[in-house]
Design a protein around this ligand. Structure first.
Ligand code: ANZ
Ligand code: ZN
Length: 867
């Protein structure tokens, strides 16, 4: 191959695998489990992927961001932990098994193999020796050990809870398997059914999980707010209402309220369909029973209840108000949850929108008791919007005239004094139900014995492995109807006993993987020295969709692991820094029949219209939306890498927008990024023969052009460094585009400029290396043969003296009109500036020898001469 052709075009397909091997051989990304303390540690982690089949652009964005951080921090002298693994349990594997007859394990491991290959092609600086999949008994066995330790520490409980029950398939459904109140497979109306389930006691840490959010100053405020709301601490009161006539031993109902101040605005009392009193009522009243039955077909989620139409049933019972002596009707209402507060409420329609809708629907009274600021009591009425803000109490006996906070305090005092209620703190956070009646998850390591009750599996019998031979074609829990798996001898008394057949919620798997990564081969769940040295994760990166559950569960797990001796993490916080990336979007396309088309099926024309590549038929270009399989607006990362190389994909994905915002993937954008890789390659390869050798002595003097180029170089180093420190990766990219142009534009000759050009090119390559690591190595090997790998170089520092401006540009006006500009040394005195201004050619012509009456000088900016 001749020399010209060799350097004329950069061929990523040939270069990228070569550099990936070079990094691997040199062990560039390996760190010890227990750091030797010579370098500070930095743990960067992207949320590990679910092995769904292939990687998508969201992965490309996520892992590119993490890789830029990892490579940058490594160059900054940190020992960087950057691992990768697989969140490998979950329902899709079971579905694939049902639909295609592939064993969930086969499906999962095949997908992992494919996706590992794709990730490797991206050139990520990962330490693959730490890789694991959560479906591997070598991982989930340790998870079972953690579960047993939590159980012993009182952090696991068995309680009754409602599940979605499919009465035809005889199976528990996940919320997403309930579609419009029906089972997704059977189509049967789903029932709410009570089952004994395992719960992790996350509520024990509610206080700390809330308070510690204030310390997470490297988390997005938005995420902290979402967590705060989810934990939902509210102060309120429990109020007891006496039933006018007792029924079945019930003589009162307790409600929970956050607005005890509105007690005199009461219009009804409402019970949850699952309330014990409701059951007593339904036992005598078939209409009430029918209503409860109707409610049980709703989903169990709060969201389902929020959106469902508010409905109620009047029981005919009444309760007595604690203070005003009146009685109010007792209803059963579908929007009252049994799991929150006491499962009963008092309704105050004037000040609660839901109560108002309910009252209007059933013709119940609406009495305002809080008056908005500056409004006259006589002119205030509530129509169809409840007034939920603070104000002054009216129509409320001894509360009249008080502001809301004072009224709350006063009524709680009064309730406590008369023994009719108490002030309480209520949490929205529930204990975490982890029981799932599925096969492809981590078995819960306990045994049920008729004599001994619940018996933990002895630790030396872990892992409790999933059986391979399961029948997924039958409905129900495959572990439960497996012929032999569940039948074991009780570890305590030896009598025949049964294994727990529930598996754990897959959120458990992802709640501690980051700790396991620090010593993935340890014989215990963690290796204390490793975990304590590496945790917390310094920078965690992932999607906003995990802002609540995954992060909260992980924060619970690190606390529970700390309290059972698996971690030393005093703060209990797993992730010191969190970054949530935006989505990758793409235009959508449809043909004349309205069918979605893939971008690869569409040719765009210069005027913005589009046609089908095969048929030439017109295509409608639709909105730019998040890439999704259903709209077919996806672009396959593998195809992009085939065509342009990984660096181009990485560079484009960083360039478009700030990483926390959504970005649009466009063909033109990728093509532009690709052209840049070629331009850089040409710039470097054309310059190399003209440059002094790498490491040549600094010339003693520099001409103006060389000085200017050096200034650009050092300013760019400063700017790119600042941008990388703050996740402003698009800014770094923009500065590097400008820098490359500035280098190309410095066309002069001379040894000083050649030296400055080498300095600039070396800086360019090292600055873009975190983003385009392969191209950087290829350029570097040409610029500095034998000088090692860029991946092993330390970061560049800029020279502040060189970066500082040595001249400034000043605008010169005559009688307020701009006549010219002058270049003067930075910090030049006024006399020098004015002399230069008056001597400027155009300015002198405008003055035309006339006397100057006044000279106005704003240093560093402008001179105005008044004639
Ligand atoms: C009377 C009242 C008057 C209320 C008013 C609000 C406004 P947060 O803030 O989320 O804690 N509530 C209590 N238990 C409930 C349950 N199990 N299911 C459905 N709703 C329930 O919500 C507390 C408020 O939600 C409580 O305060 C109660 O309604 C309702 F002007 O009591 B309130
Ligand atoms: Zn026993």
């Amino acid at each position: 191959m001749d020399q010209i052709a060799d350097t004329a075009r950069y061929d990523p397909a040939q270069a990228e695998p070569r550099w990936q091997q070079a990094w691997e051989r040199a062990g560039c990304f390996a760190v010890p489990d227990v750091p030797d303390g010579t370098r500070p540690k930095y743990y960067v982690l992207e949320m590990f992927p679910y092995p769904s089949g292939r990687i998508h652009m969201g992965h490309v964005r996520n892992y590119t961001l993490g890789d830029v951080v990892a490579r940058y921090k490594r160059a900054r002298g940190f020992a960087v932990m950057h691992p990768m693994g697989w969140d490998a349990f979950g329902l899709p594997a079971e579905n694939a098994a049902r639909e295609r007859g592939i064993h969930p394990a086969t499906w999962t491991w095949d997908n992992i193999a494919t996706m590992r290959g794709e990730l490797k092609r991206m050139g990520l600086s990962l330490e693959w020796s730490r890789e694991f999949a959560t479906c591997d008994p070598a991982y989930y066995g340790h998870q079972q050990a953690l579960f047993l330790d939590f159980l012993a520490a009182g952090l696991v409980e068995r309680k009754e809870a409602f599940v979605n029950w499919d009465p035809v398939d005889h199976t528990v459904l996940a919320n997403e398997q309930v579609i419009d109140g029906r089972g997704w497979r059977s189509g049967a109306v789903v029932e709410r059914k009570k089952l004994s389930q395992w719960f992790l006691s996350i509520t024990k840490y509610a206080d700390d999980l809330l308070a510690a959010l204030d310390t997470l100053d490297r988390w997005p405020e938005r995420v902290r707010t979402m967590q705060r709301n989810w934990i939902g601490r509210s102060e309120g009161a429990r109020v007891r209402f006496a039933l006018a006539s007792p029924i079945d031993g019930h003589d009162s109902v307790e409600v929970f309220t956050t607005r005890p101040d509105t007690l005199f605005g009461m219009s009804f009392l409402a019970l949850s369909p699952d309330h014990p009193l409701t059951a007593a009522i339904a036992a005598r009243d078939p209409k009430a029973a029918a209503f409860v039955q109707e409610c049980s077909t709703l989903g169990t989620t709060e969201a389902a209840l929020e959106t469902a139409e508010k409905r109620g049933h009047d029981t005919g019972l009444t309760v007595r108000h604690p203070f005003n002596g009146r009685t109010y009707p007792v209803w059963i209402a579908n929007f009252v949850l049994m799991e929150y507060g006491t499962g009963a409420i008092f309704g105050c329609p004037a000040h609660d929108q839901r109560d108002l809708e309910f009252a209007r629907k059933y013709g119940l009274s609406v009495t305002p008791v809080v008056l908005p600021k500056g409004i006259d009591a006589a002119g205030f009425a509530v129509a169809d919007t409840a007034f939920t803000e603070d104000g002054t109490l009216i129509n409320s006996d001894f509360l009249d005239g008080l502001e809301v906070p004072a009224a709350k305090r006063r009524i709680i005092e009064e309730l406590e004094r008369t023994g009719q209620g108490t002030g309480v703190v209520q949490w929205r956070l529930r204990d975490w139900g982890v029981s799932r009646q599925r096969y492809w998850g981590c078995p819960i390591p306990v045994i049920h014995c008729d004599a001994c009750g619940i018996v933990p599996v002895p630790k030396d019998q872990l892992p409790v492995r999933l059986p391979d031979d399961v029948d997924l074609s039958r409905p129900g829990n495959p572990l439960d109807h497996h012929p032999t798996w569940k039948h074991v001898a009780c570890p305590r008394c030896g009598a025949p006993a049964r294994r727990e057949t529930d598996t754990m919620d897959t959120f458990v798997d992802s709640s501690w993987y980051f700790a396991r990564f620090t010593a993935p081969h340890a014989a215990t769940p963690t290796h204390r020295a490793a975990a304590d040295a590496w945790l917390p994760v310094d920078q965690y990166i992932g999607g906003i969709e995990h802002a609540i559950l995954h992060l909260l569960y992980s924060r619970f797990f690190t606390r529970a692991m700390r309290d059972t001796g698996h971690l030393g993490l005093a703060s209990g916080e797993p992730f010191a820094g969190l970054f949530t990336q935006g989505m990758v979007k793409h235009e959508t396309y449809r043909d004349a029949q309205g069918r979605w088309l893939y971008p690869t099926e569409v040719a765009k024309r210069p005027d913005g219209t589009a046609v089908h590549v095969g048929t030439g038929a017109p295509v409608t270009v639709g909105a730019v939306e998040a890439m999704s399989k259903s709209k077919r607006n996806t672009v396959d990362p593998g195809a992009i890498i085939d065509r342009y190389g990984a660096d181009t994909a990485r560079w484009f994905i960083l360039s478009d927008n700030p990483p926390e915002r959504d970005m649009e993937w466009t063909e033109a954008g990728v093509a532009g990024a690709y052209r840049f890789t070629q331009r850089v390659w040409r710039l470097v390869s054309a310059a190399v023969p003209t440059l002094p050798p790498h490491g040549a002595a600094v010339p003693t003097t520099f001409s103006g052009e060389a000085r200017a180029l050096r200034r650009t170089t050092h300013r760019t180093i400063a700017a790119v460094t600042a941008a990388l420190e703050t996740f402003a990766f698009n800014v770094a990219v923009a500065r590097l585009y400008e820098f490359a142009s500035a280098i190309a534009d410095a066309k002069g000759e001379g040894t000083d400029l050649a030296w400055a050009r080498r300095e600039a090119l070396e800086a360019l390559v090292r600055l873009f290396a975190p983003a385009m690591p392969h191209l950087a190595e290829e350029c570097w090997s040409l610029l500095a043969p034998g000088a090692g790998l860029v991946a092993q170089l330390s970061w560049l520092d800029h020279d502040p003296a060189l970066a500082a401006a040595d001249t400034v540009t000043i605008a010169v006006q005559v009688m307020g009109r701009l006549r010219g500009t002058i270049e003067v040394p930075a910090g030049a005195d006024e006399a020098t500036v004015l002399a230069a201004a008056e001597a400027e050619e155009n300015v002198a012509r405008a003055i035309a020898g006339r006397p100057i009456r006044k000279r106005i000088h704003v240093p560093g900016k402008i001179v105005n001469l008044v004639l």
